[in-house]
Design a protein around this ligand. Structure first.
Ligand SMILES: Nc1nc2c(ncn2[C@@H]2O[C@H](COP(=O)(O)OP(=O)(O)OP(=O)(O)O)[C@@H](O)[C@H]2O)c(=O)[nH]1
Ligand SMILES: [Mg+2]
Length: 373
């Protein structure tokens, strides 16, 4: 065995010397560092044969020795949680910035288009935008309304309202994004049906969320209505058969992100089972329009019959009612305007919806009170 000490400025240099003189099979016996005016390092290395000997490079490595390894690749920098959050924040800000630049460009394009409009139509656009009517829908109204006075007539065509009784199908299924108010609205609708002297049952398909069953069970108990919890949509048909004596059965569903496919796979068996159901899509009056737009692309795959707009009491303006109508092309069946069961639900006429959009909100009375009138 040959043992030798190598001195160099850095460990890297010392190891290179060891490797050059003793080869790959050298083992490191010890290392040391000398500080001072001329700092240096020392590496004592050994190899199991004499230099120059054509010995096998497979030297026996004593258990106490550390074989030379290539200097490890520097580990990729590990980001701290805080740095990740900071990056995410920066990315969000960047996206918002890009979004506002896009909006500015869009505004300057539409602004130029608006400038070319006659003054009366420009007033129409301004009037509708202040009330939360989406630009593209406001422009549609602008095609037929030459001035503000002509807005109600021009808008009426775009607002469909479901008047009268439910369409005669016994089962009514409420679908919609998470937390939109499906369970609360099922209870409100059930209460309204009881008031109209109908025999009612409630079915819950929502066994996903903790507490969901308890929530609907309490409502059913208070109203004295039978409740069935059905974990699988395939079982709804048999369940409805058990309630053949009822006039209407309201079906509550699990809230799912509409931008995913879970809601579709859960509900598909219900539609495939061939039971005649009326489908109510619930959307919130406070939802962002882009979200609604994307959500509708998903929900449109279901046979939606009508729309219920919830949480209108939380909306600052009511343009959303027109936007929802125009986006989905489905009649609005009811508006819900508070958390109280059974009270906070309204079955509006078209005139009422138009009145809310045009006369209430920022330009008129307090929004929360408007849906009550
Ligand atoms: N302000 C207001 N709150 C409402 C209205 N409708 C429901 N809520 C409230 O919204 C929250 C969610 O209501 P839920 O009925 O549980 O909503 P959901 O769609 O069944 O929720 P998931 O089953 O979790 O998807 C509750 O706090 C309700 O009281 C409404 O019209 N106005
Ligand atoms: Mg619910």
């Amino acid at each position: 065995m040959k043992i030798k000490t190598f001195r160099a400025k850095t460990f890297g240099e010392a190891l290179a010397l060891v490797k050059r003189e003793m080869g790959e099979d050298a083992v490191i016996l010890s290392t040391g560092e000398k500080k001072g005016l001329r700092p240096s390092v020392e590496v004592a290395a050994a190899v199991d044969y004499e230099a120059g000997e054509a010995a096998s490079p497979k030297a026996a490595i004593p258990s106490w020795a550390t074989p030379i390894r290539r200097p490890a690749e520097p580990a990729p920098p590990v980001l701290e949680q805080e740095e990740i959050l900071q990056l995410k924040h920066t990315l969000t800000e960047f996206k918002a910035e890009v979004g506002s630049i896009r909006e500015l460009l869009e505004d300057s394009r539409t602004g130029a288009e608006t400038d070319r409009l006659p003054a009366g139509k420009r007033d129409v656009l301004r009037f509708l935008k202040v009330r939360g009517v989406r630009e593209e829908h406001a422009r549609g109204i602008c095609n037929t309304a030459n001035n503000v006075k002509e807005i109600p007539r021009a808008m009426a065509a775009g607002v469909a309202v479901r008047e009268g009784d439910m369409g005669g199908k016994k089962a009514v299924v409420l679908v919609g994004p998470t937390g939109v108010g499906k369970t609360t609205t099922v209870a409100k609708l059930a209460a309204a049906a009881i008031k109209a002297r109908k025999r009612v049952a409630i079915v819950s398909l929502d066994s996903y969320r903790i507490g969901a069953i308890e929530q609907v069970r309490i409502y059913a108990k208070i109203m004295g209505v039978p409740l069935e919890v059905v974990p699988d949509a395939r079982q709804v048909k048999a369940c409805l058969a058990r309630h053949a004596d009822k006039d209407v059965v309201f079906i509550d569903t699990t809230g799912r992100n509409p931008l995913g496919d879970a809601f579709l796979s859960e509900l598909a068996p219900l539609y495939e089972s061939g039971v005649p159901v009326e489908t109510h899509l619930l959307v919130s009056a406070t939802s962002d329009y882009d979200f609604l737009d994307r959500a509708w692309k998903s929900y449109a795959r279901l046979p939606v019959d009508c729309v219920g707009v919830t949480k209108v009491d939380e909306a600052a303006r009511y343009g959303a009612l027109y936007n929802v109508s125009a986006l989905c092309g489905k009649p609005i069946a009811y508006l819900t305007n508070g958390q109280t069961v059974p009270g906070d639900i309204v079955f509006p006429t078209r005139e009422k919806v138009l009145r809310m959009i045009l006369l209430e909100g920022p330009a008129g009375a307090a929004p929360a009170a408007a849906a009550q009138r």
